[in-house]
Ligand binder design. Structure first.
Ligand code: MG
Length: 455
């Protein structure tokens, strides 16, 4: 099976191995061919290869006759927001998000600032494959210029948000795309700001571009040592956010998602919240208690955004820290999420640890079983029936993404990874012991299937 160019979040690859300037120029041409755009915005994160990829991409777009506005280094949500605001026909972000520095990638947004869905990505892919490009006549080759309009984004936040407390925010920018915007914005909102890893650097020398409990250890220590009110951290391109509470403890992604979702539902006196199949059931517990309902989608922010539009949701988010606020736009937005969380804490008159105190603590365990890409789908075909036999007490089966069984004391999800040669298992239980018992059965079962199909 030929591997696909686009994964669940655009094109990703090792620079000059998978993602060469030749391929990128072709993607640029394919984007102009498919979109028939007159104007396209281009942004990038701080990766070393950013300018190389940008030049190749812009070359392809210009050859297709597109007028290109380059924004330079901006967070992904800023690119998406400006695409709609400046009435461009599309926006292209050059980023590999939270991947290591040797990677880069391309994520495309439509004129509404919503990420291209699977069908649009497939079309681009087939244009690249067949090289069926629409090249402009020499007289109509596009023009490129640099513009700096990030202030439109910060103005939008400042106009809509007023903070009354003088928060001491310790913000870890991870040397990524949020460096230029986030510290200034917090300052403008009246916060005392201490910024770390605040210099743009594509080698990501301070920490991994993926914010998690491991990579945010120094942030947690600094919040504790300086007595900060909250720690905030973003991924490489600023569409994800992670938090550290006032005691210097890393905050569980699922629990803060659930608490914030419940807060939005309460404010709206109900409404739908969208999350993916991997999120904890604490999201349902919190949202339903406030009179809202939860809609589950496949893993990937594109699916969450599409479902949010469909059911007119009040909030949506994935447990990796990608939160979508439909009042503002439909791109996950780390900076906006952190400001909105501060606002919610003010409204509830709580510090972060208190804000989370009502969210039930369940235990989630995750495991990967190695499985060749070629046979992943064969294995998945057999998972459904077998899993039901393995867990006869199963109450409900969901096939939104892989197979997810609701059990008496938790749930199990088995799905094929969209990007790597793995079958991924996620289990949640009311205790760690319960979760581990379910996981052990699940892993044995999937390993057996992989062995059977592989033979
Ligand atoms: Mg990201």
């Amino acid at each position: 099976m030929k591997s696909k160019l686009f994964g669940s979040s655009g094109v990703r690859g090792l620079v000059n191995v998978d993602l060469t300037p030749v391929l990128v120029a072709k993607i640029g041409l394919a984007i102009s061919t498919f979109s028939r755009a007159e104007k396209i915005l281009v942004g990038r994160d701080t990766r070393v290869s950013g300018l190389m990829v940008e030049n190749a991409l812009v070359s392809g777009l210009l050859a297709g006759g597109v007028k290109v506005n380059c924004l330079g280094v901006v967070p992904t949500p800023v690119l998406a927001y400006l695409t709609r605001q400046l009435e461009a026909d599309a926006g292209v972000m050059i980023t590999a998000s939270h991947n290591p520095p040797q990677y880069n990638g391309i994520k495309i947004f439509n004129g509404e600032g919503v990420a291209y869905n699977e069908e649009s990505q497939d079309e681009i892919e087939s244009i690249v494959e067949n090289e069926s490009f629409r090249l402009a006549d020499w007289r109509n080759i596009g023009e490129a210029s640099f513009i700096d309009e990030s202030c439109l984004y910060t103005e939008m936040i400042r106009k809509n948000m007023r903070l009354t407390r003088k928060w001491h925010v310790i913000v870890d920018l991870g040397c990524g795309a949020t460096c230029y915007i986030a510290p200034v914005l917090f300052g403008n909102l009246g916060c005392k700001v201490t910024a770390i890893n605040a210099q743009p650097d594509g080698f990501f020398p301070g920490r991994s571009p993926e914010p998690n409990s491991e990579s945010l250890k120094s942030l947690a220590k600094i919040v504790e040592d300086l007595g900060g009110d909250i720690g905030v951290a973003y991924d490489g391109d600023g569409d994800r956010v992670a938090f550290v509470d006032e005691d210097g403890c890393f905050v569980d992604f699922d629990r803060v998602l659930a608490a914030y979702a419940a807060c939005v539902v309460k404010r709206n006196s109900g409404g739908a919240v969208v999350t993916n199949v991997e999120a904890s059931i604490c999201v349902e517990r919190m949202v339903e208690a406030c009179g809202g309902k939860v809609v589950r989608t496949r893993v990937g922010d594109v699916y969450v955004a599409e479902a949010m539009k469909r059911c007119d949701a009040v909030f949506g988010g994935e447990p990796c820290g990608a939160w979508i606020h439909p009042r503002f736009h439909f791109c996950p937005d780390g900076i906006l999420s952190s400001v909105l969380l501060l606002k919610a804490l003010e409204d509830e008159d709580k510090m972060l640890s208190e804000f989370l105190s009502e969210v039930p603590k369940y235990q989630i365990v995750r495991e990967n079983v190695a499985c060749k890409n070629e046979v992943k789908h064969k294995v998945m075909e057999k998972v459904d029936g077998g899993l039901r036999v393995l867990f006869p007490s199963c109450r409900q089966v969901s096939m939104v993404d892989g197979v997810r069984l609701s059990l008496e004391d938790g749930w199990i999800l088995v799905r094929a990874s969209g990007t790597e040669p793995f079958i991924r298992l996620t289990v949640e239980g009311e205790s760690l012991k319960a979760a581990e018992e379910i996981m052990e059965k699940g892993v044995m079962f999937v390993r057996g299937l992989v062995g059977e199909v592989g033979r």
